[in-house]
Design a protein around this ligand. Sequence first.
Ligand code: SRM
Ligand code: SF4
Length: 564
Amino acid sequence: MTTSLSDLERIKAASRFLRGSIAQGLRDPVTNAISDDDNKLLKFHGSYLQDDRDLREERRRQKLEPAYSFMLRARLPAGVVTPSQWLVFDRLAREHANGTLRITTRQTFQWHGIIKHDLKLTIAAIHDALATTIAACGDVVRNVVSTANPVESAAHAQACEWATLLSAGLAPRTRAYHEIWLDGEALVGAPKEEEPLYGATYLPRKFKIGLAIPPLNDVDVFAQDLGLIAIIDDGQLQGFNIAVGGGMGATHGDATTYPRLASVIGFATPGQLFAVAEAVVAVQRDWGNRAERKHARLKYTIDHRGLDAFRAEVEARLGFALLPERAYRFDHNGDRYGWIEGGDGRWHLTLQIESGRLADVGDRRWLSGMRELAMAHEGDFRLTCNQNVIVANVPADQRERIDAIVAAHGLDSYRTQSGIRLHAVACVALPTCGLAMAESERYLPQLLPKLESLLAGHGLSDESILLRLSGCPNGCSRPYLGEIALVGRGPGRYDLRLGADFRGQRLNQPYRENVDEAAILEALSPLFERFARERTPGEHFGDFLVRTGVISHGSRRIPAEVVA
Ligand code: SRM
Ligand code: SF4
């Protein structure tokens, strides 16, 4: 086993709390890029240097530097966006990015294609809109996600507020962000510069927290490093089941990496929650693997040390034991489209945004439509982990007005779409993602009609089936939780995985490896036919495949090895 620290640990340690030479790199007019070391630190500020992969070959031939630009990600706890923030974000997309806003699978926005010159003013504008990009990426606690739908009750609202509290309480304390992006006063060397939770080298790897309120598992709570399952009894928030060690990322051909579902280790009251979250993060900070980044996520720490040892260490640091896990039941992990009435008489409208991409293309005027909604709407917006948006808190007498704007911009497609389309999630992949091996977001619109035609042939058009596409095994669309999933291997080639459940509680299994579209459709067609014929009432596709033995079994972790 490697014992020397990974290169990133050196970069973090030398960075003076995430400063590096980012500020100087931004001013360097010779290149549109920044140095590799600074790029690694820039992630902690919410941005990545990327290049347009469609243009890579051509520019190399012309001996030009790659077409560099920056991706920027906001930190929007629980995915809440006010109309005035929306208008700022929309303007930034049109004036400084590639004309699109991208809702991510962690209920926030990304902007793509920002040139170096514009990065600082874009971040400053986001800050002026009372939002931030700090810790949207990097080895820290990321944007804390939460059940998006605000409808049910005061206890639901209270549970969701925890996402915001945890996000703020676990954010880095460095002043580097203010200095670099907001022209804040330089504090380097001042005695008060410290990171009480993280220390100078932050966490071994990214750390994700998600909060779900049963029966809705729209955040995929078991895919989180720390999953919180809210328990509400008699309208009162009792507390949270604590689940640890979820994660999706894997590497093709490396059995020591694998997706894993989080394991529930107990229950905490609301009053205990913050301390529990802090203790879990602190144990991972101290126990996580800082030599091999591939094995640095909490899921590997837990499998390496053992779940009991991990829980014991968390409890030792807390000075109290977690309470026994409470009963809960999830129904599904998708979104609830259309209008839903909230407990307080306000209404909430969930719209479907394919792959989360808000753009104006042809007749589809989704970016403009959402802008008009933001100008008319008095409530707020909620982004969802399924890359959709909720127009939230609409007074009853405003519904007609909202519906008219929605219809005028083709945002009402949720009314007529097939079940599989309404439950499809695709990661960004090409052309911006440097790690993509195959298309994902751009492939979804080509694949869907073919799947829809197969399903229609068996009378399954309305069947809700979770479809997840990822351009590589890192799993940004949480593909290992898809009833049907494609995971990119190379151009036009994917692993076809089947058999997750509809509630985000069972991982799928490989069914065909490294196959093209024809082979994917050929594999699925007879399964759809059998499903239509042999399913039991209300049975979902993934459950059917497991019950009938097409997929041998579901598991919490793939494969069975424990990382040494
Ligand atoms: Fe992701 C890396 C996009 C959610 C696992 N992810 C990336 C990068 C930044 C590529 C890179 O490192 O150069 C991608 C940028 C693409 C682009 O051009 O925009 C990227 N990830 C995304 C988004 C935008 C996908 C989307 O279509 O919505 C999601 C942004 C979430 C956010 O707002 O914070 C996104 N990524 C996820 C998720 C889903 C989740 O968290 O619920 C996962 C799986 C869960 C997990 O973390 O285990 C995920 N992304 C990864 C990994 C694998 C991590 C691992 O443990 O192995 C990488 C690669 C890495 O970190 O080295 C990665
Ligand atoms: Fe990129 Fe892979 Fe994530 Fe898709 S799954 S956005 S291809 S890193």
